[in-house]
Write a protein that binds this ligand. Sequence first.
Ligand SMILES: Nc1nc2c(c(=O)[nH]1)N[C@H]1C(S)=C(S)[C@@H](COP(=O)(O)O)O[C@H]1N2
Ligand SMILES: [Mo]
Length: 325
Amino acid sequence: MRRQHSDIRPSEITSERVYRSRRELLKGLALALPALATGCTRAADGDAPATSAPAPADGTAPLAVAKRGAFSTDEPQTSRQDATHYNNYYEFGTGKADPAANSGRFRPRPWSVEIAGHADVTGTFALDDLLKNHPLEERVYRMRCVEAWSMVIPWVGFPLANLIKRCEPTAKAKYVEFTTLNDPGQMPGQRNDVLDWPYVEGLRMDEALHPLATLAVGIYGEVLPTQNGAPLRLVVPWKYGFKGAKSIVRIRFVEKQPITSWMRNWPQAYGFYSNVNPAVNHPRHSQAMEVRLPSLARNRRTQLFNGYGEQVASLYKGMDLTKLY
Ligand SMILES: Nc1nc2c(c(=O)[nH]1)N[C@H]1C(S)=C(S)[C@@H](COP(=O)(O)O)O[C@H]1N2
Ligand SMILES: [Mo]
């Protein structure tokens, strides 16, 4: 059976009923960093003064970063070129170069995010309004794909917990579900049924509230390029890369564990938790060792929870992680 989600396009949801509680979510605007509103617009082409640095080819713009985020690593960072040209983003094709090559028609602005489900604050919010309440941090995290490559990425974002708390989830909210845009006109990969669209991911509430769980709007001090998940994506550094849903249009508080796109695609290979675990192999990919790009050598031992065990192991106390993979 296909998913029940109706297709969501920002243009269709912006006019939906807005709840009284919108005011609650937006209160605290006085704390906003003045630079943020402008920091999220695209760089103007052509009319920049001659003395300014040339804008990157993919048209990103600098972001105002307030501080360095919790648990950031000092390990050498992956080059911007690799991080933006070696991507998984099946909405733009299944090859690693496809997302950078095929995302030219994607429009990450204007953008709205629907907050739905078991929470006091629900409705559809312009992304800029959602971001105004959250000073941006540089959060440098190790990322590890189930295909065994890893990178170190300087994300720009803020703790997902900060947004969740503003939504005031109720006691029924046990999990958080994240849904990607469904728009084959802008996302040519969605014309193939390689996955069940839209892309859906999920976290248990305590995972979502963990300070390492991040909502990212940028990388390398700049607005996210489309291929990395513009304008808003999830970053969960102790889990495999596929937990990091890109171009999020809906955040829904639910009582039951969401069925994610990858679980639906191949349940024997992809469980809900998807914690990085060298002892639990994917049917096609051993998880024991990894390749830190741009090296091609599988010469690095994969660490349980991608090395973030000290921070997150307590979330899984008493769970058999070989069964709940
Ligand atoms: N919407 C969406 N999000 C996605 C994916 C995808 O195909 N579609 N791929 C996931 C996988 S498998 C990985 S490894 C990461 C890659 O993120 P990066 O390209 O920014 O490194 O995005 C994840 N988020
Ligand atoms: Mo991945």
